[in-house]
Design a protein around this ligand. Sequence first.
Ligand SMILES: Cc1ncc(COP(=O)(O)O)c(C=O)c1O
Length: 394
Amino acid sequence: MLTPNMNYSHLKASYLFYNIAQKVKAYQAANPDAHILRLGIGDVSLPLCDAVIKGLHKAADDQANASTFNGYMPECGAPFLRKSIADYYRGRGVELGDDEVFVSSGASDELGDILDIFDSSNRSLIIEPAYPAYVDANIMAGREIVHLPSSRDNGFLPLPDEDISAELIYLCSPNNPTGAVFSKEQLKVWVDWANEHGSVILFDAAYEAFIEEEGMPHSIFEIEGARTCAIEICSLSKTAGFTGTRLGYTVIPKDLVRNGMNFNDMWVRNRTTKTNGVSYIIQRAACEVFTPEGQQQIHENINVYKNNARTLMKALDKLGIWYTGGKNAPYIWMECPNGMGSWEFFDKLLNEAQIVGTPGEGFGKCGEGYLRFSTFGSPEDTEKAAEKLLELLG
Ligand SMILES: Cc1ncc(COP(=O)(O)O)c(C=O)c1O
């Protein structure tokens, strides 16, 4: 008799965004003229930059001629894009081989798929509050999860200690939802710990392009020793507005070996079996992101979001409210005022200021008492929200 993957029965229903949508819908129905300021969304709002759009058009034309047409693309990524990405790393002083870069359709896909190359008995350590996909992908795969709560006391950037025991370690920096970023010194502690224990770090760098502070690490491979204990998963979704265009990349160093098995070789075997590569048109367009023109244009867009962050941070500073993030990330993680719970504060913001945030509790129990603001909205709405926050809480 067929048996479903019963691990799915252990998934908790995700009420977070559903509940938010329901509450917003009800408020809008009762207040049809109200303009709701949406600071909850994790999706970008600005269009693709010119360089990428030109790349898309040109690549579409290539597909119209037999002499430039491309059929199946190499499963691990087109050589031209693998080289562009490796060059991007080299430009920051990280030496990588082009064949250590794998092109993907996005970070979410990879964060779950990569579990294929680790034994199912391996436990996954997840720092909470966390991007919900880490937890769910591990539950679906029937893996044991070791939860590591973080708090204001450690700036939501916990370090390993004697009590921790896990084979896979998820690190997300800059972090979603907290916006906090590990320093090089802190990452070095994780890298040394992983090498000492034979563990592997899955480093989610989806927001690296938002780091503005000099000296903060954009990649785990800036840390000595990471080549023997880390895999990096990244995405153009937030960096270049590719949420609907889809392109990511994964770096697996050839030095990452356990029990005589080379994880780079294993991933080549996995990809050549389970995918037929990413579309030529999208890979060509993605290449434009890494050109000087593309870099300048994507950073113009990122700056719009960073200005939104500055606007919100200024208001929170004036109010004397504790928060993390904003400086090197598109998220601000604020403590709810007067000891309010996450949902209580969410309701207050919606009902009294028409602002929508994301209750921190939705990212794990230790997120209770916090709220996440996204800075991906429009500057006009963000400025209005900052004014209303000052009126409401000042
Ligand atoms: C931390 C983190 N990792 C990965 C992703 C997913 O990225 P992608 O759009 O490439 O699947 C997101 C998207 O919000 C994210 O916040």
